[in-house]
Unconditional design. Sequence first.
Length: 594
Amino acid sequence: MGLFLSKKEAAGDNHYEGNAILRMLAYMKPYLTTFLFCILLVLAITGLELYKPILIGDAIDRYILSDGPVDARFAGILKASAYYLCVLLVLFVFNRAQYLMLQTMGQKIIYRVRQEVFEHILSLTMRFFDNTPVGKLVTRVTNDVEALNEMYSNILVKLFRNICMVFGIAVMMLVLNVRMALYSFVLVPFVIVLTWLFKNISRKAYQLTKTRVTALNTFLSENISGMRLIQIFVREKEKHRDFCARSRELYQANFRELMVFAIFRPSIVFCYSAALVIVLIAGGNEVLRGTISMGTLYVFINYVKSFFQPIQDLAEQLSTLQSAVASAEKICTILDVKPLIQDPEKPVELTDIKGRIEFQNVWFAYDGENYVLRDVSFVIEPGMSVAFVGATGAGKSSILNLIGRYYDIQKGRILIDGVDIRDLDRKKLRAAIGQVQQDVFIFTGDVRSNIRLRDEEISDEAVREAAKYVNADRFIDGLEHGYEEEVAERGATFSAGQRQLLSFARTLAHNPRILILDEATANIDTETEQWIQDGLAKLMQGRTTILVAHRLSTIQHADKIIVMHKGKIRESGTHRELLEQNGIYKKLYELQLS
């Protein structure tokens, strides 16, 4: 495993072109006063750190190695010790204050960034989620945002502190003794080259590690969600093998990082030790010759140690900063994704949606090229129930997605109450539509929260009425805690029928004007289906209802049935009219009867 990575490995999935670090620093603007005060504290701390060796060196020359009276020398030592203790106490107070202020500022900024990233993800259109793995988004909101915390609360100030320390020590050395300072600086060019190499190699290693962490999170998210299918087909060994391969790739990336540090840190320690030997030899000679005092030699020995430590810290902090930059670039990449569907600047206000739906020569393709709907036109009057039938891929579900404007069409118009849906506010449009799908998503929490969906305007009584209306109360009342019953992730402890009843209660509680049922009874047992059919009859009254179903027996009583085939409307009419036409619908009906 080499330390140098290929450009492809280092690049990973990072494609951000702007200056991510400057963009992230903009989040510090509300806390600029706090940050500047911390910088002042850093300057004070640096000055005190530089003063500590001088205080001791001066005590060595004036009190320990002098020829004065013992009592006076001892008193001087006590006085110097008191000064040194005061310096340590002030350093403690300043460091403590700086730490608390920076950590508080960092956590507030991270909280804001995390909120903004998730809010932005919520605003993105379905096309983005069709193409983006869930694990990648989870990594952006958690790991990558948390990586910025170190930058805000630690790295920036420490970088400034170490830079001040390096230059401050260099200046103090030159002031004390130019020749000794030059001896101390002999290995600095080598350290600079070593630091430059470390910064570049570690950056590539960090980028690769983050890319492979994302890949592993994506793999875990997908496979844990599909664990039932994995166990049904007995693919545990194969999935474990895939996981081991990805885990090994992450291990190798982390090992590269470890090797980079394993070479850099001992190299800096070696440089420090070599510089210390040079100072001891040269300084000892100067002391013997009487050119400098023992106290000055002590100061230089301390400064040499203090000189190389900030250089090592600088390199590692720059490396950590590179990691934060890599995370910032990935976060900015997400934040720069523009929703494909935009609300109009001045949306048309529909105070009371009646539910008239009209498609006018609609053409639609998910990828913009391969059309799944071709010149589709139809009208659904308010209060009508209309069913769409056809083979898989005919375009039925696409029509449902377009009504809520989850995707935008390429040609034609879709009207709600005579208004193009592109002229309406999306939130208000979707609030008027209640959609029940075949695969019901149940959130963790309790039964009540899954019906209400955090809409506090829906009272507990309304929740109970909705559940009762669709017969969901028949199983809810049988739960140990009723509406407060804890719900497992994805409603795993409920049957498919129970989950579907909850989704009906959820839809009814939000009182939509347009009702969309996409294979809503496909996974329901016979008894539960009878409960639902009873509730649906009430639910559909006075609402425009659109149904998609493969079982034609469930849609025979619809006011109109539209037959789709290869993205086009082939037939339209009532159940009896379509049977008389002796076309596609009749063939589908006879096939199901047989």
